[in-house]
Design a protein around this ligand. Structure first.
Ligand code: M6R
Length: 364
């Protein structure tokens, strides 16, 4: 069932263009997004004032991206919370709010507990769930199913990517229903979101380069990921992918935080992966890269075609196709998935079943 791929993870990475397209097409026809199947009307979307996004692991990282996108497109206030923390806090949940619970399995114990807590407090819940009929899908007031299909590899790739587009589509429709986006901008985003699958195909065509780079870093002991905004959220995901399947100690930092402590960890040869796709923050992150380089860091730069100045500072550069800044995570995550995959293979580890981890975490 691996369809000729050596591991499920690699197969699932390659399935991304198709399953992303399926997920987009489940709610987007021509120029219109409809959440009728989800049970969210435009009227509902107009009345919501506060959004809580609650999840664990990679799904939480999707929530971080979603927060940036929703904040950029709408007037909604958004909070992203780790389910394991959220469930034990005494948060005062606002009226007219929507809690979005993101979960591939729909069975994650902490996410399910968070969902129940929201329901008890009278907060409407929306699940972004992959497994049909799972607990979160059954108990949430509304469900937006991602159409990633069965994900076997413990390290999530295609489900994460489908959750991202689900979040974009929600943000876009929130903006439209609330009259907060121009018709031109909405049409432009529709056009852009539809380019994600083919652009991922392009990145996958170049995977040998990442394989080569991975062979150079298989023996490193520590890795750092830096970025700002959406790039920070992608760095968090890249770092989790690397640590969970290659067992390399890895940390992700908001680039602006380096000076507040983490920079003291940089020494000669420390590998720093820098995600730099957000045009408004480009210069800022580059200057952080220069700072760590001057302390001996080896830099992996991940940016978009056109940002060739990256090569002046990075030791190894990977380019992703250009896309609207809001959707950049969908492209920049792919080289990081491939990188962690090849590092794990290079170390001879059990890629699909990393030690100590379960595909679905049904106990807290
Ligand atoms: O099934 P869920 O989406 O609720 O799972 C959440 C996390 O356990 C999951 O994303 C985990 O972090 C993955 N192993 C990451 O690859």
């Amino acid at each position: 069932e691996k369809s000729g791929y050596e591991h499920f993870m690699l197969k699932e990475i390659h399935e991304q263009p198709k399953v992303i397209k399926d997920t987009i097409n489940s709610v987007l026809t021509d120029e219109n997004i409809s959440f009728e199947s989800v049970g969210l009307s435009d009227e509902d979307m107009k009345n919501i004032q506060q959004v809580y996004i609650v999840a664990c692991g990679s799904a939480y990282h999707v929530g971080m991206v979603a927060q940036y996108v929703i904040e950029e497109l709408t007037s909604l206030s958004v909070r992203v919370e780790l389910a394991s923390e959220f469930r034990y806090r005494q948060m005062k949940l606002a009226k007219n709010s929507l809690a979005i619970i993101i979960s591939q399995s729909g069975e994650t114990a902490d996410s399910l507990a968070a969902l129940r807590l929201c329901k008890d407090k009278g907060v409407r819940t929306l699940g972004i769930v992959n497994v049909v009929g799972s607990s979160i899908a059954r108990e949430a007031d509304n469900v937006f199913y991602t159409l990633a299909g069965p994900e076997i590899s413990v390290a999530t790739t295609k489900a994460y990517s489908c959750q991202l587009v689900a979040a974009y589509l929600l943000a876009m429709q929130f903006a439209k229903a609330r009259g907060e986006i121009s018709d031109e901008r909405f049409a432009q985003l529709v056009e852009e979101i539809n380019t994600i699958p083919e652009k991922i195909e392009k990145i996958l065509e170049d995977k040998e380069r990442l394989q080569w780079f991975a062979s150079k870093v298989v023996n490193i002991k520590d890795a750092f990921f830096i970025g700002r905004g959406i790039d920070y959220a992608v760095g968090m995901e890249g770092s989790l992918k690397l640590k969970e399947i290659s067992y390399i100690h890895s940390e992700a930092y908001a680039a602006g935080e380096l000076k507040h402590g983490p920079i003291s960890l940089i020494e000669d040869g420390t590998v720093v992966f820098s995600v730099v796709t957000q045009s408004a923050l480009y210069e800022k992150t580059i200057s952080n890269m220069v700072e760590v380089k001057s302390r001996g860091a080896k830099l992996f730069g991940l940016t978009t075609y056109g940002n060739y100045a990256m090569e002046d500072v990075a030791d190894f550069t990977v380019y992703t196709p250009r896309i609207d800044n809001l959707f950049a995570a969908s492209l920049s995550v792919v080289p990081l998935q491939l990188l962690s995959y090849y590092v794990s293979v290079g170390k001879g580890y059990d890629v699909d079943k990393p030690r100590n981890l379960a595909k679905s975490v049904t106990v807290e």
